[in-house]
Write a protein that binds this ligand. Sequence first.
Ligand code: SF4
Length: 338
Amino acid sequence: MGQSPAPDFAAALGAHGLGRLRRAAPTTLQVNVGKRCNQACQHCHVDAGPNRTEVMTDSVAERIVTLLEGHPSIEMLDVTGGAPELAPCFRMLVSRARRLGRRVIDRCNLTVLLEPGHEDLTTTAVVIAHPVASVLALLLLRARTAGKIGTMAATVFEPVSEQGKRGMDELHQQTVNLLSFTALPKEVFDEQVAFNMLGRFGESSSISLKNIENRIASHFEAIAGKSLPVPSLMLVQAPTFHAHTFSIYIQFEGEIDASALGKALSGDHVTILDPAEDGPSNVSAAGQGNVLVSVRPDARNAGGFWIWAAADNLKIAAMSAVECAATLSTMRPLGKVQ
Ligand code: SF4
C-alpha cells in the first residue's frame, strides 16, 4: 500500500488558523547540573540518587555564565538536577546569574536543605517531616514530661512501602521466588529483603539506610529544637510491607512509675495499649491514624523503660502533609494564584 505524502507543514498550520512559525529570542535557559541527589525517588525520570556521580564541571558552568552575559533576552536561568544544590558549581551559577539581573528557578526537593553543609541556603518553604521523626518527636517530647531523661535509643524497623511500589513489588517477588527456588530480583535493594533483616543495602542500590537515618535525625532536630537531643538511632530494613515499628529505650535519671510514663505519652495521635491486649504491630497499625504504643519497665535498670510502638508510615506522612497544607493555606493571601 502506497503512503500518502506528508501534509505541507505551513498549510497544516494555516488550516488550524495559525500563522507561520517564527523563531523568537530564547527567554529561559534550563541547565541540568548533575544527577546526584540526597533522595532516590522511584518516580525520578533522570534516575538521580546519592550514588550518581555525573556533575557539571566548573568550565561548563563558566560557559553558561558567558552565554547569559551574551544573550540579554534570557531572563530566566532554570537550574535542575538531581538535587542542583549538591553540584559544586550551584552557588557560583546562581549568584553570577543573579548579579546579571536574571531570575533563577532552583528545582529544589527541599529535603536537601536539611542536609549538613546547606545551612546557608534558606527558604520559607515547608518540608513534610519524615514519619519516623514525627513519631519519635511526639513520643519522646511527651515522655520528657514524666521525668528527666538520661539516655534515649531507638531501633526503627522500616517497611518496604517507604520505597514506593517498586519496593513492595520487589519484596513480593523475592518472597514468591524464594518459595519456588528461583533467582531473586534485586533492582531496588540489591540484597535479599524477603525473610531477612538488613542494616544496609547492597552496593548497587541507589538507597542508603544511613542517608535515611540522617534525614530522620535532621527532621527530629527541626521538630524538637533545643528541647531534646536526637536519640541514638538505628534504622533496620524489615521484610514488611507497611508501618514502621519502634523499639525505644528511655533511661530516666530518677525512678518513675510506669503508669506516670503511660499517662505522659497519652493524648492526641497516640493509643496506649493495655499490656493484657495484643501489642502494637505492623498489621494492627496499618490504616490507623494513631501511633499504637505499649510500655514496660526494664527488668534490671530502675528508671529504664521500653516502648514498643507501631505507626502506619503512609498515613502519618499523609496526615503531616495535610496539616502543613492547611496551615500554609491560612498564611496565603486570598484571590491570587501564588
Ligand atoms: S528528589 Fe527529584 S531529582 Fe532527587 S531523586 Fe527525587 S525526583 Fe529525582
